[in-house]
Design a protein around this ligand. Structure first.
Ligand code: 5GP
Length: 190
């Protein structure tokens, strides 16, 4: 990529760990960061908009973009559904003078860290326990029992990868977790 000088912050977590809430707080509190809008082959949900939440690609468009080497990283996060970070998106943010923050899955987070090394800070948001995670997913009321079981088994595998991240923050108490994440980012960006 043409600009190797920019910094990036990677936020990864098992589903239900509170990552989205923490991300919103960070984007509000740290204006020097801009959210990297990923490309995906899944359909928009609810109010999601192309170019705001994701760049929505058809499967064919996504595969063409892979062939044309347009992604810094990409993953088939769920079977048949692709997600990826466009190099052009990273360059757009860096050229505006900001650092980039990513919300990507655990594998993608590790891949980006391996590519960008010291340019990147990788943060893993850890649920307090699998039992608590299950309670939150049930409480959220958005998933079927099968979907919850699937997310729990994925989370168990993902937690084993936490050791590959620069920083692990346990989200037991939201305020404490936000403070810890923001402190780690501020120290990294100076
Ligand atoms: P959702 O479909 O719920 O928006 O996202 C599903 C998963 O895909 C989440 O874990 C999210 O972090 C991950 N994801 C979103 N964008 C990317 C990306 O660009 N690359 C990778 N590897 N994962 C992504």
């Amino acid at each position: 990529m043409s600009n190797k000088t920019g910094k990036l912050v990677i936020l990864s977590a098992p589903s239900g760990s509170g990552k989205t809430t923490i991300m919103k707080r960070i984007l509000h509190d740290l204006p020097q960061l801009e959210f990297s809008i990923s490309a995906t082959s899944r359909a928009p949900r609810g109010e999601e908009k192309h170019g705001t939440d994701y760049y929505f690609f058809s499967k064919d468009e996504f595969r063409k973009a892979i062939e044309q080497d347009m992604f810094a990283e990409w993953e088939e996060v769920y079977s048949g559904t692709y997600y990826g970070t466009l190099k052009s998106e990273m360059e757009r943010i860096w050229s505006s003078g900001k650092s980039i923050i990513f919300d990507i899955d655990v594998k993608g987070g590790i891949n980006l860290k391996n590519i960008f090394g010291k340019q990147a800070l990788s943060i893993f948001i850890m649920p307090p326990s699998i039992e608590e995670l299950e309670k939150r997913l049930v409480g959220r009321g958005t998933d079927s029992a099968e979907a919850i079981a699937c997310r729990i088994s994925k989370a168990t595998v993902e937690i084993e990868d936490a050791k590959n991240f620069d920083v692990i923050v346990v989200n037991d108490n939201l305020e404490v977790a936000v403070n810890q994440v923001e402190k780690a980012i501020k120290d990294f960006l100076v």
